[in-house]
Design a protein around this ligand. Sequence first.
Ligand code: IPE
Ligand code: IPE
Ligand code: MG
Length: 233
Amino acid sequence: MGELNHIAIIMDGNGRWAKNRNLPRTYGHAEGAKKVSDVLQWAKKYGIKYLTLYAFSTENWKRPDEEVSALMKLLKKFLTEKTIELIENDICLKIAGRVDELSCELQALIQDSIKKTADNKSGTLVIALNYGGRAELTDAVKKIAEKVQDKKLNIQSITEETLSQNLYNPEIPDPELLIRTGGELRISNFLLWEIAYTEFYITDTLWPDFDEATFRDAINSFGKRERRKGGLL
Ligand code: IPE
Ligand code: IPE
Ligand code: MG
């Protein structure tokens, strides 16, 4: 099996999980948020060094105000309560997304958690928050254009590597495996650049029901793939 260092997850299906129980969608989000600690433990157990979790997309602002504020409240709760857990487990927190568009309170909590976990080395948790693949590429293009304008970069020397180096977290390797729960066969604007050769594993399991067996299945399925990457094996 090829190396598996980085798993990215589209944590989908919270709303349907709640609907199946005649509960408001926000209950599904609360239940889903509880899964994150479990996934961090499983990642550690299976030797996964990087975990990227899609928590809120640039399109999710289109949801009703109550749902958006419930999600923001859960994110605040997560950062307040879980930073200590990240420190205890030696996990470094990173955010991918347009952080400057979030509330000042949330931005302060994010900065605090990032600072407190910055030196942790055993694993990295990336939360994709107000994240869009197109937004990330647009932001990268702006950074590159500024460097050209400031004469720090020649247009001729722009390579694929230049683009990679101007993404939100350039030091993080591309994910080898992408898991999507909730069964939808689409990418929903997640990691467009980084998934060029990522293997996909889609499960109908709704995010609040995601368990270790499903996580292990995804890893086992990855182990059986032939990763040709355009070449021959
Ligand atoms: C994913 O669950 C969580 C977020 C998008 C924040 P959904 O809320 O999309 O759940 P479904 O897809 O409606 O079931
Ligand atoms: C993707 O799920 C975003 C997150 C999981 C945060 P969505 O539920 O927003 O995606 P669509 O609407 O099904 O494409
Ligand atoms: Mg959804």
